[in-house]
Design a binder for this molecule. Structure first.
Ligand code: PMP
Ligand code: GLN
Length: 383
């Protein structure tokens, strides 16, 4: 293994899902739903396979999906992207993130990301031989946020991009317009690119709405916006994502993407096009159901003795384990199967400064009510 990838080992999601399987624990670790996406969309995938959509689709993605993504961005956010030249379909958001960083960052460039951050960011930046500069999000009045002065201080002459994930995994924060404005100002002052990971764009609660950074003045032309069908339609295994950006940026990303996968699987693309066009009512129901599940899990976690941070988006709840008498989230997560028959993710692994996150543990609530209730009952054993 090349030196720049040493230390990445096995991802925490694989490790914790294996732990859940081995111990028969309830898996509230890796974020994947335990129910399927909209039936008509699943049927569309079957139909696509049955009707010959089984050879290489065009490199940028099947035209139907690029058109549907374009219509979706316009309808929801008033953003206009040309399906021919400004939209690229990828193998999930993961490939979009990796190819964007590889296409846009030179060795030695710095990429700012907000920690705790989704684990693929550090690996993608390392592959590009660039450097991740972490700005820490901290709880303030029950919600994780960052200090704009700290963000400003993180910019150097080597800074190339800011990677923004909102709604934010793992804290559940949905960035406010003010937070986004402080990012946008820096991008414009210093000529930075924004790479926005918006995979949880539709999973927001209590009337909070996702604001794409590209909708802020001056940002569309410097933003690489990334999304994925996995979360929106509860099909994480379909690995169908996309990039929306100005032509020069999309061309750069596509140049790399040609040689990572060339193109993404055809049947899922046709089905996701159908989903974006016809199944957003289903997504509204998913969002309402997830809000109930969030409240159910939060009640259970609070009753078990955790401090819980109420997420405004995503399907993760962040907790502080110190009220339970624990300080080391890694040790806690590894012992949780034996202590309570539940698996969760130690948030510490998403930090460059692990000490800042060692007492946080993340629980997923994209699970059936009875699963959440059973997990909550088991977690009571901790108190
Ligand atoms: N970004 C974030 C913040 C995520 O939580 C995930 C999780 N799955 C991804 C990207 C990857 O998305 P995909 O499965 O579409 O590659
Ligand atoms: N995005 C999911 C999570 O954060 C899992 C993704 C993965 O397994 N790589 O839990």
């Amino acid at each position: 293994l090349v030196s720049r990838m040493r230390g990445f080992g096995t991802t925490i999601f694989a490790e914790m899902s294996q732990l859940a399987a081995r111990t028969g624990s309830i898996n509230l670790g890796q974020g994947f739903p335990d129910t399927d996406g909209p039936a008509a969309m699943l049927d569309r995938a079957v139909q696509a396979i049955g009707s010959g959509a089984n050879q290489y689709p065009p490199g940028p993605g099947v035209p139907e999906l690029r058109q549907a993504v374009s219509e979706h961005r316009a309808a929801h956010y008033g953003l206009s992207y040309d399906p021919d030249g400004e939209i690229l379909v990828t193998v999930g958001a993961t490939e979009a993130i990796a190819t964007s960083v590889l296409a846009l960052c030179e060795p030695g460039d710095e990429v700012i990301a907000f920690e705790p951050y989704y684990d693929s960011y550090a690996a993608s930046i390392a592959l590009a031989q660039a450097r991740l500069v972490a700005v820490t999000m901290r709880p303030e009045a029950g919600r994780f946020t960052f200090d704009p002065a700290e963000l400003r201080a993180a910019v150097t002459p080597r800074t190339r991009a800011i990677l923004v994930n909102s709604p934010h995994n793992p804290t559940g924060t949905v960035f406010t317009r003010d937070e986004l404005t402080s990012i946008a100002e820096l991008c414009q002052e210093h000529g930075l690119i924004a790479i926005t990971d918006e995979v949880y764009e539709h999973l927001t609660f209590d009337g909070v709405e996702h604001i794409p950074l590209a909708t802020l003045p001056g940002m569309r032309e410097r933003t690489v916006a990334i999304s994925s069908a996995g979360k929106t339609f509860s099909v994480t295994g379909w690995k169908t994502g996309w990039v929306c950006a100005p032509p020069e940026l999309v061309t750069a990303v596509q140049t790399v993407k040609q040689f990572t996968t060339y193109t993404a699987s055809a049947p899922w693309q046709l089905a996701v096009a159908h989903g974006l066009r016809h199944e957003l009512g289903w997504v509204a129901e998913l969002r309402a159901a997830l809000q109930d599940k969030r409240d159910r899990l939060m009640t259970g976690l609070a009753a078990a003795g955790f401090e819980v941070f109420k997420p405004a988006g995503t399907y993760f709840a962040q907790t502080d384990i110190r009220p339970l008498g624990f300080t080391d989230g890694f040790e806690f997560a590894r012992r949780l199967p034996e202590l309570a028959g539940v698996v969760a993710i130690p948030t510490e692994v998403f930090y460059d400064h692990p000490a800042r996150g060692s007492h946080f543990v993340r629980f997923a609530f994209c699970k059936k009510e009875e699963v959440i209730d059973e997990a909550a009952a088991r977690l009571k054993r901790l108190s």
